[in-house]
Design a protein around this ligand. Structure first.
Ligand SMILES: [Zn+2]
Length: 467
């Protein structure tokens, strides 16, 4: 029966075991033989397996070791499909299978196994506890920054198969480098998430959490689809100073839409860092992942799209209640142009920031539009955008038809004039000359005003034949 040293805050199980064999005088092979019945057991640094045996020999709680002194909760949270299997392997002694369940091998980042430490934490721990130790939160794959200090973590590569080595504890360092802010944010998020995972029993599915907050931030359409372009644009801007370029963790380009889609697939297996990076951007604070989410958010709305009338009624109700265009657009998923149009059609005055579209301006637009002026000219004269002119025109009944009529007559006048001018200057021309020289006008009239064209064209010559 062994008595392990008391766990220090955020201490890794392997760190406690190393401290134990360092101070107790018991060799690692003796310890392993007692715990597992074999000296050849190799302990994984952050997914240490055989917890039930260690707990039994050392009078510890298996659950406590699992939840607080390994990274198992983090992997279970992000890989719910593999969670049960992973926990089982960690509790029993099956290191290799436990590591396979963590899926790290498939992310191509499990090649060099090692232990990470923060030089500032080492200094702090030596001063406060008289010994340095390995922190759980520093071992998260992909995270190379200390969540407490923002300093870059030192990496100690583990080359030996046996990791239970006397005095294998972090050493003080003078060279302290700091990571970019984004990486510090991810590290803070990750550290907090680990502490929350260790404490909480109830947790939400990570994909449900994403969907909820994407909806909150206006990144979901009313049909429940993700506005991936907008998401990637904002997300990519947020992570532009990130130093990592491993595509398993960081999106390659702003057009890497699969990065987001894959994270939202229930049961997907992705590098935990991907989730941490995306979660930092979307949630900001890890505690958001544990808030009580309304169940309604997760119903599959894709199969039951809202009827069009319901949506327009919803838009009208919101606009009548004084909601801004941006807010109404976020809630209903409809574009600002659509909202402006239905507001005009239903006589709702909009509270727009550039208040140029007053009743007076609308009247001026309609008057000019009625006279057949070009939209660009109307926009210039009234000092508004072409889009506003188009909306005003399309929302006044009969105006579009009148303008079409005006355009038709204008085109007819122009084309008739072209033909008449040519015939006037070429009195002896034949039909074919007119067709070739005034091609565009000829065909426009041929299609739209054939009677007039036939009347004005020279009399058709009789074909002479080839011989
Ligand atoms: Zn630190």
């Amino acid at each position: 029966m062994y008595q392990l040293p008391k766990a220090l805050p955020d201490e890794l199980l392997l760190s406690r075991l190393i401290r134990f064999i360092t101070i107790s005088g018991i060799s690692s092979s003796e310890f392993l033989q007692t715990c597992f019945g074999s000296k050849r057991i190799s302990l994984h640094p952050f997914l240490t397996s055989g917890l039930s045996s260690i707990a039994k020999v050392c009078h510890e709680s298996t659950n406590l070791l699992l939840n607080e002194q390994t990274l198992t909760p983090l992997f279970c949270f992000f890989l719910p499909v593999h969670a049960r299997n992973l926990q089982k392997m960690i509790v029993t002694i099956n290191g290799a299978r436990a590591f396979r369940s963590s899926q790290l091998v498939s992310f191509e980042s499990g090649h060099s196994l090692g232990l990470k430490s923060c030089p500032l934490c080492v200094e702090h721990d030596l001063l406060k506890y008289g010994i340095s130790y390995w922190h759980v939160s520093h071992q998260v794959p992909g995270v190379d920054t200390c969540g407490y200090h923002g300093a870059r973590l030192s990496f100690l590569k583990l080359t030996q198969r046996q990791r239970l080595i006397k005095w294998l504890l972090p050493q003080p360092e003078i060279d302290i480098r700091y990571s970019p802010l984004i990486e510090y944010e991810v590290a803070k998020f990750s550290t907090k998430l680990l502490s929350l995972l260790a404490a909480r029993q109830h947790m939400n599915q990570i994909t449900e959490v994403y969907r909820h907050y994407l909806k909150e931030n206006g990144y979901l359409t009313p049909n429940g689809r993700v506005r991936r372009k907008a998401v990637m644009q904002e997300f990519f801007k947020y992570i532009e100073n990130h130093s990592q370029t491993n595509p398993a963790m960081v999106p390659r380009t702003q057009q890497d839409y699969r990065y987001v889609s894959q994270l939202l697939e229930a049961g997907g297996s992705h590098h935990p860092y991907r989730h941490l990076l995306f979660g930092t951007w979307l949630l900001g604070d890890a505690s958001q992942a544990f808030s009580n989410l309304p169940k309604a958010d997760f119903s599959d709305k894709k199969n039951t799209p809202e009827p069009v009338n319901n949506i327009s009624n919803k838009c009208l109700n919101l606009l009548k209640a004084g909601s801004s265009l941006a807010h109404t657009s976020r809630v209903t998923g409809k574009s600002r142009c659509y909202l402006k149009r239905i507001a005009l059609l239903n006589g709702i005055s909009l509270n727009l920031k550039p208040k140029t579209l007053t009743q007076q301006v609308t009247n001026a637009i309609c008057s000019l539009a009625y006279s057949g002026f070009h939209r660009r000219e109307i926009a210039r004269r009234c000092g508004v955008g072409i889009g506003s002119v188009e909306q005003t025109i399309s929302s006044h009944s009969g105006l579009v038809e009148r303008r079409k009529q005006c355009h038709f007559q204008s085109a007819r006048r122009k084309n008739r004039f072209v033909i008449l001018k040519y015939l006037g200057s070429h009195p002896v021309s034949i039909r074919n000359d007119v067709k070739q020289q005034c091609n565009s006008a000829f065909y426009w009239l041929y299609l739209n005003d054939r009677a007039w064209l036939e009347e004005k064209l020279p009399i058709a010559c009789k074909p002479k034949g080839r011989y």
